[in-house]
Write a protein that binds this ligand. Structure first.
Ligand code: ATP
Ligand code: MG
Length: 563
């Protein structure tokens, strides 16, 4: 089934929305994508973006982009800018609905005061360690803080002094007074505010106390009249707390939270904390290293936005966690590129081929189709000369049976050009093949059979004198294990980085037309895979990334098994 024909898959959230619209509970669908600006977005976020923006699009509603920026020590403007760029690139538009939880700091502070006034929040002097150890465990109840029964007046006074900067980081917190024996740990007097003497990217030095994420998230949804607050499963246990806030605070709306399973992919890690380590420890070249599962890495690698959207649609939205095969993502990328990528010839590992019966200074120009899948893509000119490069793996001196490429005495077709027969092999001092000498059949011009005689192999090639040198970067899985996250005691996921994750070919040769390829435009190098020009290209220095191989590597392995 082609991408266009794929129906937008239904899911349990769409069912809920349909029911809410039918019952009149909601008349307008408002969703939001709420990133914390503490890293670049990854493909898991793409799932959430496609879900939230997709619902808004399909139900004629709207989707907000809201930065949940409650932790100034980890958040940066760079991340805000990158997140906006990635969401736009994925094809979604939040219009004027760009919001920041930090815009609600004043309101959240007032609500904290209100909770204190109602005896539902108190200032705790315990240290973080004491709070942690008095919180109890899943099997044991927590212990009440000695500060739990402070008077409203004292709490108000202390909280104001926290706000006014009288205390150091960690000296006091504001907590909700709920129930230290609640089976759900999130309900055991959760912290609402902490002291952080840190400048915030948006509010500057205005605050030295910051609301906790949990005290911010649900209320922000309420302020924005989000009709369906959609988040990942790990927040399921937080829902009773969010509901408690919504019940105990005079919020303007009461959004309901729905949880779905987060995306996990084989051979990769997907937590921003781990991705940040890869960047900080220089295991990759940056957040947009093409091996990263980040949206910016995938963009740089040449994954089309439409392929990511298609992938998110194919994996669907469920309530049970699972891990998706990386190969599925690659197949979405291939399907898309097969339809859109312009075809070119590039020789990754060159071997010189000399056509001894071809005039030395002659240049012949052939027409080559740009995309056999798309007749409107037109043709381009490729120049043919006496000396060419072919792929070194396309020649074998002592070939096994059924090797249909070039070997002594064998005849092959050079794509778009001529039939050639290998007559001689030149070796260097070390005994390695350095040149192949061939004769061409002038009657086979354009690659047509001269007399009905057939050849089985068709090779790509690049003119040695007119081709351009290029660096080609081949990417493999960043990790050498399917589940790099699953570590035993004493192991570190970072040690599972595959030494083969990046292979740099610096002697490649490409068709001259590729010098003008636009950055990121989808290209197919015949027989070698899909590629795109990398932003590291400068002037004469051409760099291409391999986006994905032509065929599924695993399928190929299976096909080559003896029958
Ligand atoms: P991470 O765990 O990778 O650090 P996060 O949950 O801290 O991610 P946020 O910026 O809080 O990152 O995420 C923004 C939104 O994206 C949230 O609604 C979150 O539930 C969703 N999200 C994050 N990771 C995934 C994932 N792997 N699959 C689907 N949705 C995700
Ligand atoms: Mg989060």
């Amino acid at each position: 089934m082609s991408v266009e024909e794929t129906p937008k898959s239904s899911n349990f959230i769409r069912d809920i929305i349909d029911a809410d619209l039918a019952s009149g509970k909601h008349s307008e669908i408002v969703t939001r994508f709420p990133p914390e600006p503490n890293g670049y977005l990854h493909v898991g976020h793409a799932k959430s973006i496609c879900l939230n923006f997709g619902l808004a699009r399909d139900y004629n509603g709207r989707c907000h982009l809201r930065f949940d920026d409650t932790n100034p020590t980890k958040e940066e403007q760079e991340y805000i800018d990158a997140i906006k760029e990635d969401v736009k690139w994925l094809g979604f538009d939040w219009g004027k609905h760009e919001y920041y939880a930090s815009n609600y700091f004043e309101q959240l502070f007032d609500w904290a005061i209100l909770l204190i006034n109602e005896g539902k929040a108190y200032v705790d002097d315990q240290t973080a360690d004491e709070i942690r150890s008095n919180r109890g465990t899943l099997t044991e109840p927590g212990k009440n803080s000695p500060c739990r029964n402070r008077s409203v007046e004292e709490n108000l006074d202390l909280f104001m002094r926290m706000k006014n900067g009288e205390f150091k980081n960690g000296e006091r917190v504001l907590r909700a007074k709920i129930d230290m024996t609640a089976p759900n740990m999130n309900m055991r007097d959760p912290v609402l505010y902490r002291i952080l003497h840190a400048e915030h990217p948006r509010t500057g030095a205005k605050w030295c106390i910051y609301p906790m994420y949990d005290f911010t998230h649900g209320q922000s949804d309420a302020i924005e009249h989000i009709s369906h607050s959609i988040c990942t499963l790990e927040f399921q246990d937080h829902r009773p707390l969010y509901d408690w806030f919504i019940e105990n605070i005079p919020v303007p709306a009461k959004p309901h939270q729905y949880e779905f399973a987060r995306l996990n992919l084989t051979y990769t890690v997907m937590s921003k904390r781990k991705l940040l380590r890869l960047v900080q420890e220089k295991k990759v070249s940056g957040w947009n290293d093409p091996r990263m599962p980040t949206i910016s890495g995938m963009r740089r690698r040449g994954y089309p936005a439409s392929a990511l959207r298609e992938f998110c649609d194919r994996i669907g939205v469920a309530k049970a966690n699972s891990t998706v095969e990386f190969a599925l993502l690659e197949n979405c990328v291939r399907d898309e590129l097969n339809r859109n990528a312009l075809r070119f010839m590039a020789v990754l590992r060159p071997l010189k081929l000399v056509i001894t019966n071809y005039p030395a200074d002659h240049v012949e120009v052939f027409d080559a189709d740009n995309n056999p899948e798309d007749p409107t893509a037109g043709t381009r000119k490729v120049a043919f000369t006496r000396e060419l490069y072919i792929e070194s793996e396309d020649f074998m001196e002592n070939p096994p049976k059924k090797y249909f490429r070039l070997s002594p005495g064998a005849e092959v077709r050079l794509k778009h050009a001529y039939y050639v027969t290998c007559r001689n092999v030149v070796k260097d001092a070390a005994g390695n093949v350095s040149e192949i000498h061939c004769e061409y059949d002038p009657e086979s011009r354009g690659g047509a059979s001269p007399d009905g005689r057939r050849v089985k192999g068709t090779l790509h090639w690049v003119s040695a004198s007119l081709g351009r040198k290029a660096e080609i970067r081949i990417y493999n899985h960043l990790f050498n294990q399917e589940n790099p996250d699953k570590v035993e005691e004493g192991e570190d996921f970072i040690d599972r980085i595959s030494p083969d994750s990046l292979e740099v070919l610096s002697d490649s040769v490409v068709e001259p037309a590729l010098a003008d390829a636009a950055l990121g435009a989808p290209l197919q190098f015949l027989r070698m895979g899909y590629f795109c020009k990398d932003p590291d290209s400068t002037g004469d220095n051409l760099v291409f990334n391999r986006t994905v191989s032509l065929k599924d590597g695993w399928a190929k392995v299976q096909k080559n098994q003896p029958d």
